[in-house]
Write a protein that binds this ligand. Structure first.
Ligand SMILES: [Zn+2]
Ligand SMILES: [Zn+2]
Length: 259
């Protein structure tokens, strides 16, 4: 299994997960979130020599625009099913002409080709937000963004994974000192907001990371965080080198990362 971030942050999120079980068989490709419009997504996929028609399914974590923005349009274009929780379905407009929407529930795995996708409930200020882990070929990848606090379920989600994409939204001091309005600061810092570098590091300290080989910080705030701060926090929690921690970018397509 391998994955590639097409963009990560409050201006738009999309990540590609791919698995080729057998060299003679076409790979399964899943798009996780689609905060980009059709044109932007198409050009980001083109950087990987792919097109929307190469996607087999789209999974959406929640109804915030940076995750669901272009999902319905892209699903219609590539005729791929769109998977989301019932709450996300209702909050994002629900039924749409030419889109096959399928409802998923936390704790109930969904198979797409050879990839098993597990939805996990997370604390975030949306109707029914979930985050997903992906299993294939004996490996597991968890992608965890848009949550305000660590729950026992979140801890179970990341424990024992081989690769992890983990929200490091903000540095708490930078956010507190920022020009953001008080109410927005409270929303981001709250239990249903976003994970700080410190919270992400605390999660790694509590989780079983014995299998963990790849860690990438994600959903970094452009104004209230710096890649070096996120990298340092996660490296310290894992006893790893800072250069071993990846940081997903908002404005550039990443590289393929093997799980
Ligand atoms: Zn988001
Ligand atoms: Zn969100």
């Amino acid at each position: 299994m391998r994955f590639c971030a097409l963009g990560s942050g409050s201006e738009g999120n999309a990540l590609l997960v791919e698995y080729r079980g057998d060299p003679g068989i076409a790979p399964t490709r899943i798009l996780l979130d689609c905060g980009f419009g059709l044109r932007a997504l198409t050009s980001r996929l083109a950087a990987l020599d792919l097109a929307p028609a190469d996607l087999h399914a789209i999974f959406v974590t929640h109804e915030h625009g940076d995750h669901v923005g272009g999902a319905y349009t892209v699903a219609r274009r590539c005729a791929a099913p769109l998977f989301m929780s019932r709450g996300t379905y209702v909050s994002s407009g629900g039924e749409a002409e030419g889109v096959e929407a399928q409802v998923v529930a936390a704790g109930v795995a969904q198979s797409v080709g050879d990839i098993e996708v597990m939805p996990w409930a997370v604390p975030h200020d949306a109707r029914e937000p979930v985050q997903f882990s992906f299993s294939a070929g004996g490996r597991r990848l968890a992608v965890l963004t848009d949550l305000g606090s660590i729950t026992p379920g979140v801890l179970r989600m990341v424990s024992g994974v081989d690769a992890l994409v983990l929200e490091c939204n903000h540095d708490e001091a930078m956010l507190r000192d920022s020009a953001y309005p008080y109410s927005l600061k409270q929303r981001i810092l709250g239990a249903w907001g976003h994970l700080s570098n410190t919270q992400a590091a605390a999660l790694l300290e509590q989780a079983d990371t014995t299998r963990l080989r790849a860690v990438h910080a994600a959903h970094l705030s452009q104004s209230n965080n710096q890649p070096a701060l996120a990298r340092a926090a996660l490296a310290q929690a894992l006893g790893a080198q800072e250069e071993d921690i990846g940081v997903l970018e908002q404005h550039a397509v990443g590289r393929w990362i093997s799980v």
